[in-house]
Design a protein around this ligand. Structure first.
Ligand code: CP
Length: 319
């Protein structure tokens, strides 16, 4: 990567807002942070003296911790507040909550919220950089970026590669962000699962929709499993978990359909024995924990870039 990095966006709301060049800039900086970290460096000074607030209004393990670790590695103070522990539970609006967080000195706000569009709304409400850590079933851009980063590490490039996303697509922000990100990078995306959760209407996004699991799996270079998002479903979309597992779970029998080197991915949390059997989740084909590890480096890059754009400061690469 050349020493001059050009970056103008202070917010990361969705993948649709990013160009291919910008996605590759994030990856280059993430790669530099990963290389420096793997060589033993644990602290970088890009966010020294800054305060990063994680406003997490839905549960999270990976995203929240990865942002906290990324902020700390960049020398920022990182503070997390949850919905139940905030005055939102006493009726305060999101707008007032955000204005108060800014008044308290936040330099970047990372938000997870159950409502689609909430991060975009916040970015229009306050001037502080906003990073979307998942909004309803709309978008989870940092997850899609770390997924593509992991795929590129394994495959070299995702251009013309076939990626099948299997599971609850209808309610999945991970699926939507991955469809946008993978397609921008030139991959061919197939969506698979029950027709109630993978409607043909998704074809309008330029993907292949298949309700035939064998057909969806056998030519895939990578298979991304998704859990059933019960928390977003207001009615049942299949008779029972056991029937979902029988019809669409990735098990050892179905593993015979996939290519020997096909990559198995999952954004987590995994429901072992439902969308994927343990043997496959823990197999040599699985990159699930690599995805988690890469989440820290990709988020370090995003924090660094958004902060630099807001403060109009030069981006210095980690040494
Ligand atoms: N992949 C993901 O968003 O996981 P968490 O809900 O644990 O953050």
């Amino acid at each position: 990567m050349s020493d001059a990095i050009s970056w103008k966006k202070q917010n990361l709301i969705s993948i649709e807002h990013l160009s291919v060049t910008e996605i590759n800039t994030i990856f280059s900086l993430a790669r530099a942070y990963k290389k420096a970290t793997d060589s033993g460096q644990s602290k970088f000074n890009a966010l020294e003296g800054k305060t990063v607030v994680n406003l997490f209004l839905e549960p999270s393990t990976r995203t929240r911790l990865a942002f906290e670790i990324a902020s700390k590695r960049l020398s920022a103070d990182s503070i997390t507040i949850s919905g139940v522990a905030s005055s939102l539970s006493k009726g305060e609006s999101l707008k007032d909550t955000a204005h108060n967080i800014v008044a308290l000195g936040a330099d970047i706000i990372i938000m997870r919220h159950s409502s689609s569009g909430s991060s975009e709304y916040l970015s229009r409400t306050i001037k502080t950089p906003i990073i979307n850590a998942g909004d309803g079933s709309h978008a989870h851009p940092t997850q899609a970026l770390l997924d593509a980063f992991t795929l590129m590490e394994r495959l070299g490039d995702v251009k013309k590669k076939k990626v099948t996303i299997l599971g609850d697509i209808l309610f999945s922000r991970v699926a939507r962000s991955n469809i946008h990100c993978l397609q921008k990078l030139g991959a061919h995306v197939t969506l698979a699962g029950p027709n109630t959760l993978v409607p043909k209407a998704f074809e309008a996004m330029g993907v292949r929709v298949s309700h035939n699991l064998k057909e969806a799996l056998e030519d895939a270079d990578a298979i991304m499993l998704l859990r059933i998002q019960h928390e977003r479903q207001t009615s049942t979309h299949f008779p029972s978990i056991s029937e979902y597992k029988t019809s669409f779970g990735l098990n050892e029998r179905r593993a015979h359909w996939i290519k020997p080197n096909a990559i198995i991915m999952h954004p987590g949390p995994i429901n072992r024995g439902v969308e994927i059997d343990s043997k496959l989740a823990d197999s040599a084909n699985s990159v699930i924990l690599e995805q988690v590890k890469n989440g820290v480096f990709v988020r370090m890059a995003i924090l660094h870039l958004c902060h630099s754009a807001y403060n109009k400061c030069k981006i210095k690469l980690p040494k």
